[in-house]
Design a protein around this ligand. Structure first.
Ligand SMILES: Cc1ncc(C[n+]2csc(CCOP(=O)(O)OP(=O)(O)O)c2C)c(N)n1
Length: 577
């Protein structure tokens, strides 16, 4: 007869010693769960396979939830998203071979986004090593270039120790993913409890809050106190390292106009006197000191080439290798962004009295630029056109967000449009794939955000192309009761790609491989047990979203948008320059 496992039932393979009996033993799968618990992990995202069942049984014992998804890519993206939301590493567990290869994209995305997560993959038994066992592949070789650490666990007694080691490696410099391959027999075998070290919570790694060279702190404080037209860009690491409060204090005390990108969006709310977002190019072109915090000079920054040659440029980053890469800098600081910014405030204190008066003209100049850019865009943002202009959709979403709404963007052109309009109202309330630009992160990020922060509302905008990649896991959101407000900006195309292709190859050849069917995603949502509505008139967007909010279900509002409207960034092909 089949046995069921309940939370109250002792684990089948942990035996208590009786008088004169063998010592108590513990299996590899249960050791994984103990190490996850020591790390504070309360959920794993997974898709099952025979290689990894012992981990599930350990999770039952340790009270770790098992969220089972429909594609391993979703599990890996969800672990990435969970890390972003909680500040703790996320964990995905997948089977060997195709389970692990399916998760590669999620790990790669976390790698480029500097998100700390652990992927645990199965492997054939060590005693069948290289014999052609089911799903055997060189996982560690495949994962090495896209992780901070990738290794095989060679013995059951080492399982918990190596899980903790992998977590430690996630936080070496700028954070990122680790990968552990655990062979089937290593998970299945049991060892005496005494022989298996389980590192104790909080005792297996050091603080990462270093400020680097104190002389550089002084130098930056001097520069900023003397600057007449400074500007700062706060990047993803400000949020990843939870330097938000220090960053807010810094920009206020030193009185610096502030731009935000990536996960740092929302550090300051819209309307804050130091918050700017539409005048960044102007500010950098006219600033005397530009401070870049926790974001690399990659394609999103034009590799640093767009910064004027004569500005004094300072870069702060958690990764030594990022500072000064692609563009020379005048001062570089390596360490924890929040700790460094707090130290700079300290170093500058007593010298800040007249700063707000001094910089009034600079602030006014930027505010005027900001207002002009906003007014220029406003008519399209309020457009009543039918089919719906994507900027109007973005406008409606922005109006809909509250301080408790986490916004997720997953798509091409539609999300590029929304990037300039949608403003998160609180820190840590913005999620995008990051520099890997992976479409399909939306549903797994919703899963992670709603799981990690059930008190928050999650609002997601999808392109119809992007949604299709991982959309079946909408069903997982229904199954785990994770309600959210989803909007599909449906143009029946992969527009961001179509634009460049049509420009190069003309109307007919330009549509090869990038057009989609007219799919009713509202019906798809309803079929899977969620809430759905279709919108064709712009004035119906807000009310439909409101009904989705009130439904208490995972939802998709299918908004038919103008397929011939393209975002300026797409038309300039900025991402390739
Ligand atoms: C995983 C992945 N595959 C392909 C791409 C290339 N790509 C970038 S944008 C885009 C089109 C996305 O279409 P959709 O989500 O419908 O948004 P739209 O551009 O139509 O607004 C594609 C295919 C990518 N970024 N990620």
């Amino acid at each position: 007869m089949a046995q069921t496992v309940s939370e109250t039932q002792p684990a089948a393979d942990v035996e208590e010693p009786g008088p004169g009996a063998q010592p108590a033993t513990i299996s590899g799968g249960h050791l994984v769960a103990k190490a996850l618990k020591a790390e504070g992990i309360d959920v794993i995202f997974t898709l099952c396979g025979g290689h990894i069942i012992d981990i599930y049984d350990g999770c039952v014992d340790e009270g770790i939830a098992v969220v089972d998804v429909r594609h391993e890519q979703v599990a890996a993206h969800a672990a990435d998203g969970y890390a972003r939301m909680t500040g703790k590493p996320g964990c995905a567990v997948v089977t060997a071979g195709p389970g692990t290869t399916d998760a590669v994209t999620g790990v790669a995305n976390a790698f480029r986004a500097e998100s700390p997560m652990l992927l645990i993959g199965g492997q054939g038994a060590l005693n069948q090593h290289k014999m052609g066992s089911l799903q055997d592949l060189p996982h560690v070789d495949m994962m090495t270039p896209i992780t901070k650490f990738a290794a095989t666990v060679p013995h059951t007694a080492r399982v918990a120790d190596m899980v903790s080691m992998a977590f430690r490696e996630c936080f070496n410099g700028a954070p990122g993913p680790s990968f552990l391959e655990i062979p089937r027999d290593i998970l299945d075998n049991s060892v005496p409890v005494d022989s298996a070290t389980v590192p104790e919570p909080g005792r297996y790694r050091a603080s990462t809050k270093s400020i680097g060279d104190p002389a550089s702190i002084e130098a930056l404080a001097d520069l900023l106190v003397r600057a007449e037209k400074p500007a700062v860009l706060l990047g993803t690491q400000v949020w990843t390292s939870r330097g938000t409060d220090a960053a807010i204090d810094f920009v206020r005390q030193l009185n610096i106009p502030t731009y935000m990108n990536g996960s740092a969006r929302g550090t300051l709310p819209p309307g804050d006197p130091h918050h700017f977002h539409l005048s960044r190019r102007y500010a950098f072109n006219n600033a005397d000191v530009i401070l870049i915090v926790g974001t690399p000079f990659d394609f999103r920054m034009g590799y640093g080439r767009r910064l004027p040659k004569n500005a004094t440029v300072v870069q702060i980053d958690m990764d030594y290798r990022t500072v000064g890469k692609n563009r020379d800098i005048d001062l570089g600081l390596v360490g924890d962004p929040g700790a460094i910014l707090a130290a700079v405030v300290q170093a500058a204190s007593g010298r800040l009295q007249n700063k707000s008066g001094d910089r009034k003209a600079w602030f006014n100049e930027l505010r005027a630029e900001e207002d002009a850019a906003y007014q220029k865009r406003l008519p399209r943002q309020l457009s009543d056109a039918n089919p719906i202009h994507p900027l109007r959709l973005a406008h409606e979403i922005n109006e809909f967000l509250t301080e408790d709404s986490i916004y997720i963007g997953d798509g091409g052109d539609i999300v590029t449009f929304s990037g300039g309009v949608v403003q998160p109202k609180s820190p840590g309330h913005w999620m995008d794939p990051g520099p890997l630009g992976t479409i399909g992160v939306g549903i797994p990020f919703v899963m992670a955000a709603k799981y990690a922060r059930p008190d928050k509302e999650v609002v997601a905008l999808f392109g119809d192309g992007a949604f299709s990649l991982t959309g079946w896991d909408f069903e997982t959101l229904v199954r785990f009761n994770l309600p959210f407000v989803g909007v599909v900006g449906n143009n029946s195309s992969m527009n961001q790609i179509r634009y460049g292709q049509e420009a190069k190859y003309g109307h007919d050849r330009g549509r090869i491989g990038n057009t989609l069917g007219d799919v009713k995603y509202d019906e798809f949502a309803k079929m899977l047990g969620g809430y759905g509505e279709e919108v064709r008139d712009p004035k119906d967007i807000g009310p439909a979203m409101q009904r989705a909010r009130e439904s208490g279900l995972p939802s998709l509002i299918n908004v038919w948008v103008d397929p011939d409207a393209y975002a300026p960034g797409t038309m300039n092909q900025t991402m390739y320059k």
